[in-house]
Design a protein around this ligand. Structure first.
Ligand SMILES: C[S@@+](CC[C@H](N)C(=O)[O-])C[C@H]1O[C@@H](n2cnc3c(N)ncnc32)[C@H](O)[C@@H]1O
Length: 150
């Protein structure tokens, strides 16, 4: 099934919001550490941990550990994507990867992704909040693959 992967999240409220998104949509979540805050930070809990009992979460100590885990294409959401989320053909076991709010993902991780997907924006702005970008990408992936919760 579709999974959501967070690359070294740096803002606890965003991580909490994405945990809540994953719980509500029934999407397993991969947390690629290190995080920029303690995992049990109160701000994470406030934004999403109430939903922890409804969430399937796997914590990975590093990028390399994450790469050893699971299968399915790695689909990076990035402002530098060559295809839009609406035109991209998602597969049922894709892993949707989002970057850090402050800096996205480093170039080597950009290169390792199987696909780079962009959410179209107006030219005058820089980027969408990471949790909102995740919601747009996950919703489209679930819609296309018939995995939206009933
Ligand atoms: C605030 S952005 C990072 C901005 C960073 N300065 C950069 O250029 O990558 C945080 C994350 O949100 C996602 N994101 C934000 N806007 C996006 C867009 N228009 N299309 C695809 N992903 C986006 C990406 O995963 C990105 O790594």
């Amino acid at each position: 099934m579709i999974r959501l992967a967070l690359f070294q999240p740096d803002i606890p409220q965003n991580a909490g919001a994405m945990m809540r998104l994953a719980a509500c949509m029934g999407v397993p979540l991969d947390l690629i550490e290190p995080c920029g805050f303690p995992f049990d930070d109160q701000r994470v809990r406030r934004a999403g941990m109430d939903y922890i009992d409804h969430l399937e979460i796997v914590r990975h100590a590093s990028w390399d550990r994450f790469r050893e885990f699971g299968s399915g294409r790695l689909v990076l959401l990035t402002t530098a994507g060559d295809v839009t989320h609406a035109d991209f053909n998602f597969a049922p076991d894709d892993r949707i990867l989002v970057g850090r709010e402050s800096a996205g993902v480093p170039p080597e991780i950009h290169r390792q992704a199987d696909a780079r997907v962009r959410i179209p924006m107006r030219a005058s702005v820089r980027s969408i909040n990471v949790a909102q970008a995740a919601a747009i990408g996950i919703a489209e992936a679930l819609r296309q693959t018939g995995q939206l919760p009933q």
